[in-house]
Design a protein around this ligand. Structure first.
Ligand code: S3P
Length: 439
């Protein structure tokens, strides 16, 4: 079967209710934490995507028993540091930066050498950002100039550390938090604001964690070597996956969409705040609190008049996975939008800031790309009346899905390669598009 998607027609107006799959960050964190708990944890609505399945495979290789029943995943944890390490173990983390970086925090306690590999995209990404702080605990790493493949050479006596996380990376923060779980004494982290799912899970599990919130940084302290109780969890829907359908609706004519039970954690809703500043209001209904996370139904409608934005940098981290989509909104705005301090966007599965600019160029939207910023000259009457080919994007799932949304809303004849990239985070993406398209 061909691995590209052709779209030659815009989507017709629609009015639908949608359920989106489980959150990727929470699915991976739940599995890793359940592996450190004593006994049986279970999860429903676990995201069944390649990133999560690679997490499950790696944990199985480390001696953790995992079973699936219908819609449920059960993990029998062997307690903190309960991994069973075989000789010459190689863990394939696939495309997942979250898995590769977070699991390192759990592996530094092994004295056996462990090799971590990943796919072409992950092998281009920076790992010094996690190996450097983890070395302070006493572990050693052999890397390929800071990239994968890498080898972890752990220690059975880790030292507690003080760590200043300056990038706003939840992966770096969480990796250190996981390392702190098996370290005697109190580990201190000063972290630039980033998604806080790990903190909320630690709190829910009643682990000794303290979080003090300042304006730009959080001060986190964790006391290690405590028993972790099993965690039964219903993974809420992923706002990053929902975002594709939010933008599809906003940019389509006379359409409405309700998305059920979406995780609207404050550290993830940058897209909703940015859209609000651009005159696009998403209504929230049925707000609930679930084990520390907030959940709501989102009600989205088409929007004709979109305001340009000088995007406040304090919203960057909470919208980090949604910028490609936000750039599509800026393309339709009534003026020039400006997004800055976005160097982290070029550290993702592909250089996404550059890809944002490339997609806009292909659509005929003027934009000025600098090292860490982009100015987008919006055109409210934008119609793409030409052929557009999207390929060689390192199979970045978000580039593929954003291009699909652009094709369905701006028109033109699109050929988008590497359809299978959706399996990383959102395997049912195209089925859901079809469901909406077929009326
Ligand atoms: C993630 C954190 C973010 C995000 C990624 C998932 C996580 O990466 O882009 O998709 O689950 O912790 P960084 O922490 O590198 O910013």
């Amino acid at each position: 079967m061909s691995n590209f998607l052709e779209i030659k027609k815009k989507i017709n107006p629609f009015n639908k209710i949608l359920n989106i799959e489980g959150d990727k960050s929470l699915s991976i964190r739940w599995a890793l934490l359940a592996s450190q708990a004593e006994g049986k944890s279970s999860a429903t609505n676990l995201l069944m995507s390649e990133d999560v399945m690679n997490t499950i495979k790696c944990l199985k290789q480390l001696g953790v028993k995992i079973k699936f029943y219908n819609n449920k995943c059960e993990i029998i944890g062997n307690g903190i540091n309960g991994f069973k390490y075989k000789e010459n173990i190689v863990l394939n983390t696939g495309n997942s930066g979250t898995l590769a970086r977070l699991i390192l925090g759990l592996l530094i306690h092994s004295k056996k050498k462990i090799k971590i590999i990943g796919d072409k995209s992950l092998s281009k990404r920076d790992f010094y950002r996690v190996t450097k702080p983890l070395e302070k605990f006493g572990a050693k790493f052999q890397t390929n100039k800071g990239k994968l493949p890498l080898i972890v050479i752990g220690t059975d006596k880790t030292n507690r550390i003080k760590y200043f996380e300056k990038k706003g990376s939840a992966q770096c923060k969480s990796s250190v938090m996981f390392a702190a779980l098996n370290t005697i004494g109190e580990t201190f982290i000063k972290a630039k604001k980033s998604r806080n799912h790990t903190e909320l899970l630690f709190k829910y599990l009643k682990l000794p964690i303290k979080v003090k919130k300042n304006k730009n940084f959080d001060l986190i302290s964790i006391v290690g070597k405590k028993k972790i109780s099993p965690l039964n969890y219903k993974i809420p829907s992923d706002i990053s996956s929902s975002a594709f359908f939010i933008i599809l609706t906003v940019l389509s004519k006379n359409s409405k969409l309700v998305i059920k039970n979406v995780n609207i954690n404050e550290t993830r809703v940058g897209i909703l705040k940015i859209l609000k500043l651009m005159n696009i209001k998403i209504k929230l209904k049925n707000l609930k609190n679930y084990k520390g996370e907030k959940i709501a139904d989102l009600i989205v409608k088409s929007q004709k008049s979109i305001k340009p934005i000088d995007c406040p940098i304090n919203l960057n981290s909470a919208a980090i996975d949604e910028f490609l989509l936000i750039f599509l909104i800026a393309a339709k705005a009534n003026g020039v939008s400006y997004f800055k301090n976005l160097s982290e966007l070029n550290q993702k599965e592909s250089p996404r800031l550059n890809w944002g600019s490339k997609i806009l160029n292909k659509m005929g939207i003027k934009n000025i790309l600098k090292k860490d910023s982009i100015k987008i000259y919006g055109n409210p009457d934008l119609e793409v009346n030409k052929k557009v080919v999207i390929n060689n994007f390192l199979k970045d799932h978000r580039v593929f899905m954003t291009s699909t949304i652009a094709a369905l809303t701006f028109g033109g004849e699109w050929k988008i390669h590497d359809k299978d990239s959706i399996n990383t985070s959102f395997p049912s993406f195209l089925e859901k598009i079809e469901k909406i398209r077929s009326g």
